[in-house]
Design a protein around this ligand. Sequence first.
Ligand code: ARG
Length: 464
Amino acid sequence: MSENNASAKLSSARLNAPTDAFVEAFTASVEFDQRLYQHDIQGSIAHATMLEKQGILTATDRDDIIRGLEAIGESIAQGNFEWSIAQEDVHMNLEAALTESIGDAGKKLHTGRSRNDQVATDIRLWLRDEIEVVRDGILRLQQALLDLAEREADTILPGFTHLQTAQPITFGHHMMAWFEMLVRDRERFADCNRRLNVLPLGAAALAGTTYPIDRHYTAELLGFDRPSENSLDSVSDRDFAIEFAANASILMMHLSRFSEELIIWSSAQFGFIELSDSFCTGSSIMPQKKNPDVPELIRGKTGRIFGHLIGLLTLMKGQPLAYNKDNQEDKEPLFDTIDNLQGSLKVFAEMMPGVTCRKENMRNAAMKGFATATDLADYLVGRGMPFRDAHDVVGRAVAFGVAEGRDLSAMSLEELQGFSETIEADVFEVLTLEGSVAARNHIGGTAPAQVRAAIERARTAITQ
Ligand code: ARG
């Protein structure tokens, strides 16, 4: 990055003194917004194409501009481009390089345009592409979850409320709960892209331009649904960035919850699962350790993603119309959100096939917490007892079990009949873990048959 040549900055005839060197570096964004170069070139090519169609540029100038921009794009991709802080941002760097390579035609590219509508266009183009990558990452994770759910459709573990044993559930059912959260996430990003897909270019600095531009044509060239309605709103709107950050926050909140469960489940105290060694690390001092670093790090990264949402909201809250330099601060939070979101999704999807269920430990845990108590109550209700009375009978049976250190299924028929004469020998069918989960056999229930049906519906839905 070259830092010389401060006086060349924007070569503004209005300014008498060159920008102070520190101010120049402080206000420049090129170190990070160079990431937008491909989309800046894409927008400029569409703009030049439209200017020529409208008779504002000659065909020769247009062709020179397009060829020049493409060559610059290639030299950037090959790492041969020298970015200059004196040129402030990606937009000025590209325009200066273009003029240097093709001469005066390069100076005509900015006709009927401002960096204000240019940058608003660039970010939308860039984010639109990145959101599709995120949606793809969600899909991959969903597929990994479906495979795991299918593999473990019959595996039984205790389900919790208040982190206290509640009722037996199947591991497949639990995985499908995560899957459902991701269905909503994927929809939310598609929804965000629908609202984002509007062309700001043509708003120019803030009021529009005096040239006879065709914004519908530019919109069509860039794959936008339509040109934006209001020029002031176009250059200052960052709602789409906030909406994206909000969706990203909800997705990370989900990944963080998944991570938390993986961390708890892989602890020695729970021992429900084993994570593949390649997603864990050891300790430099404790030889026995196998730490679930990947889920922990994802849980940790959730904090900065929430931070970016608050940062963007705060960035916008005090801005009068229209464009303000504040908006330059929208990029780093967006870049960081994208990088961490895509990374987290990728590593999570890759981690899923290596999750091993320690089925014996899950079963033992389910047997410990009187997880089939509700099933006993339901059994009594099935024999005509009002639910509240059944609740009371089972409550007394559980209190006895706690005192004796025995599960309901480990009591004799006589012992159980001591709490209610309604109980008969067939009670033991509902007191087994298998009987308990199989009985919840309706759409949305934990029965293995329902889990398999849900997986099948999901596989069809995600391919559409
Ligand atoms: N680098 C600026 C940004 O990111 C581009 C727009 C600058 N516009 C201006 N009037 N200074 O927002």
